[in-house]
Design a binder for this molecule. Structure first.
Ligand code: AHR
Length: 502
């Protein structure tokens, strides 16, 4: 199979906002307890956070980490998680049928973020929480001092405000599974009132309002339009969530996931623009894809996990090589929408739907999906070029559109004088002979070529990392003054870094 990819230095999609490489730590499963936090662990720091986990998180270069949920936040009282740890309440968490000991709260999480070289993307409870409590959390975190909650923060050891910039106005408020789920009008009104208080307390903050948590809900897009009609003047981003999976045991269909994500982005960007048009405003609401990942392997083991314990082992996906190829493809989709998606959170980061796994008292290991995220986060920063692609398409069973067999994008790292080609070969059998034309770019050499390919069912465990990146010999690629060509194996994700002449 052959693919021609044309780019030109004058035609760009937009600059990558590095926040599309953000992560997510929720109080769910073993993400916090026995994940990032394990006070008895040999690598634990003064707060009880595992330094070996922190090291792996730092490698992923996640600018933001969403916290504390997720579904958890909609029943959470942030005041339970501050002050003397031994005095904090132990509560049942109805969202995940678990026990929440509140040993990690906002102060500890802010310190974890500093160690992880990340920043909090803080969610407030608009399920059963109130706009008043949301404002008090902003006061606790960001108000310099002299008020009840800012002085409480100071008394708890943080003289300086946390200066948390970006906040989520609740979580998945359209979902019937959500604690305190609301119809769009009711949520829109509540979110507006919370937003007013939060921005009055700290005018520097920016806000993400809940959009549709799934394209399958009957309220999809209508929900978003209604919520934005209420909150338009006060919010900066609309949130969207999507999880993908090989639910039909049909790889060709599964490999259409990046296209499904792409359509979701286009549909909600159009919804944002509809509301702008309706309001006769030039304000542009951008998108925060603040939960995305693969989620389908762990459904039955989660259902069987013991309930009402701390750190229930739920949502522990064991990712395959095919999943890593799809995650690489989903990252390509996010890049291709660099003009509109400004924040995206891989959901999640540790143990729960995660690239990083831990064993209590033991080691850590990297899931297959760690690698495409690692490389895209490192090298997918710069300007995304428009690509015109000529490649065969195929039909699959559960997606109505033709699927191009090559899913790719090109990022220009102007300061590094480098082009980075990210590519997913979706063919299940055929190698892809590609030719990448870089019009206006003087190609010098291939710096590095990394590939994930092989048995699509292979997985990584603590004992054996079966799926690791393969480093290809740069000599396998042919260069001319303005192009690079080579072969991508079937079922593969690749990153090829190309140095330009000065
Ligand atoms: O990431 C796991 C869960 O998925 C989150 O808590 C929720 O927001 C979503 O449904």
């Amino acid at each position: 199979m052959k693919a021609l990819v044309f780019t030109d230095r004058h035609f760009t999609v937009g600059s990558v906002d590095p926040r599309i490489y953000s992560g997510f730590i929720e109080h769910v499963g073993r993400a916090v307890y026995d994940g990032i936090y394990e006070p008895g662990h040999p690598t634990a720091d003064a707060d009880g956070f595992r330094k070996d986990v922190l090291e792996l998180v730092r490698e992923l270069k996640m600018p933001l980490t969403r916290y504390p949920g997720g579904n958890f936040v909609s029943g959470y009282n942030w005041k339970d998680g501050i002050g003397e740890r031994s005095k904090r309440p132990v509560r049942p968490d109805p969202a995940w049928s678990a026990i929440e000991p509140n040993q990690v709260g906002v102060d500890e999480f802010v310190r974890w973020c500093a160690s992880a070289e990340s920043a909090p993307l803080m969610a407030v409870n608009l399920g059963i929480g109130t706009p008043k409590e949301a404002g008090e959390l902003v006061e606790y975190c960001n108000f310099p001092g002299g008020t009840q909650w800012s002085e409480t923060r100071r008394a708890n050891g943080s003289a300086e405000p946390f200066r948390i910039k970006t906040w989520c106005l609740g979580n998945e408020m359209d979902g019937p599974w959500q604690i305190g789920a609301k119809p769009a009008d009711e949520y829109g009104r509540t979110a507006l009132e919370a937003a007013k208080i939060m921005k009055w307390i700290d005018p520097e903050i920016e806000l993400v309002v809940c959009g549709s948590s799934s394209g399958d809900l009957p309220t999809f897009a209508a929900w978003d339009a209604t919520v934005l009609e209420h909150t338009f003047d006060k919010v900066d981003y609309l949130s969207l969530h999507a999880y993908f999976g090989d639910v039909n045991n049909d790889l060709a269909d599964y490999f259409a996931s990046p296209d499904r994500m792409s359509d979701r982005i286009d549909e909600l960007a159009a919804t944002c623009d509809y509301v702008s048009a309706h309001k006769k405003s030039k304000k542009r609401i951008n998108l925060a894809f603040d939960e995305w990942n693969i989620w389908f392997h762990s459904n039955s083991s989660s259902a069987q996990a013991k309930r009402w314990i701390v750190g229930r082992p739920i949502l522990e996906e064991l990712y395959t090589l095919a999943d890593a190829v799809v995650v690489g493809g989903l990252l390509i989709t996010l890049l291709r929408h660099a003009d509109r998606v400004k924040i995206a959170c891989l959901a999640q980061t540790v143990n729960v739907l995660a690239p990083i796994m831990t064993r209590p008292g033991g080691g850590t290991w990297k899931q297959t999906t760690y690698y495409p995220f690692y490389y895209t986060s490192r090298y997918g920063r710069g300007e995304v070029l428009r690509c015109a692609v000529s490649v065969p398409s195929q039909r699959c069973n559960n997606w109505p559109k033709p699927v191009e067999m090559l899913h790719s994008t090109v990022v220009w790292r102007r300061e590094e004088n480098e082009m980075v080609f990210f590519a997913m070969n979706r063919s299940l059998e055929e190698p892809m002979e590609f030719s990448l034309a870089l019009q206006g770019f003087p190609v010098k050499e291939v710096i590095e070529a990394v590939e994930i390919s092989g048995d699509p069912t292979a997985v990584n465990t603590e004992e054996h990392e079966a799926v690791v990146p393969k480093f290809r010999d740069p000599a396998e690629f042919m260069l001319s003054a303005g192009s690079v060509s080579g072969v991508l194996p079937p079922i593969s994700w690749s990153m090829i870094r190309i140095r330009l002449n000065q």
